[in-house]
Design a protein around this ligand. Sequence first.
Ligand SMILES: [Zn+2]
Length: 351
Amino acid sequence: MTTHDTTGKVLTVLGPVDPHDLGVTITHEHLLIDLSIVFVEPDDEEGRRLAEEPVGIGNLGWIRTNWSSNRDNLVQTDIDVATREAARFKAAGGGTIVDATSIGIDRNPKALAEISRAAGIHVVMGAGYYVGPAHPDDFSSRPVDSITAEIVRDIVTGVGDTGIRSGIIGEVGCSWPWTDNEKKSVAAAVAAQCETGAPLLIHPGRDQKAPIEIVKFIEREGGDLNRTVMSHVDIRIYEREILRELAATGIYIEYDTFGLESPFPPHAPDTYMPSDYQRIEQLIGLIEDGYLERVVLAHDNCTKHRLRVFGGHGFDHIPSTITGWMKRQGMSQAQIDTLLIENPRRMLTFA
Ligand SMILES: [Zn+2]
């Protein structure tokens, strides 16, 4: 392993920081994103009309259940909006946002640094490549080594000539079935993790078996599961036995769609999204099974309709609302601090 200025630190868009400075941390968000690749054209005339409307109070009810079928909803590139939403997270006691926007969904280093400064929160920026449909045209012909080198550069010297550095590799996108290009992308990400000591964040394909298949692959490639997060577990794994099997691998399990309660969205009609109540009950089950120190939390805000300015729950839903519900269901403040402060701090600290 190369020794960099990051060993024992967390790497934010404003540079390395002491891990104890992070505070309450949500580990999978998108302050800015263009998720147009998931757009699904509705098959009825009314839907096709609503698909082209800007997000507003008059169509919000429809968008809540058809959120991947409204074009405007899938693009949030307004820095002022992101700054205000991040400031509300801070006002609710938040300290750090991991922005998991990777290459292919409009990662914007300069804007993230601007938001971090203006809102007064730490932002950790992603690296690597999102799912296959977002890969650039030349991806199939690129050797693993060149992708690894690109990720390492983003971490060690910064993206392009910005000097702004990625502090996590991800979200690295995988589909179901898992494609060869996406396996190459994960292999490159793991190699970059080995070289830099960076944390790694995986977006698994939509199947209960996908997360464990990817964990086995990461282990074979020599990845560090102590610094690796499996995203979207709350909307991938529904059977407790499979959840236990994943937790037993030692990877960090991310419950990262708090606030999103619409099942069967147009782009993933077989995906069942639990309610926040169900998420909390599953978390309590994981804690009972001994995995308190292996779970991290987020909202995965990736559309306009989930932001406060558009009538949504914002980035502060977890500290403002969910933690209160957790206590009501019997969780202690110490357990909540482990999930929101200690686990992200440990996971984000470079080797
Ligand atoms: Zn994802």
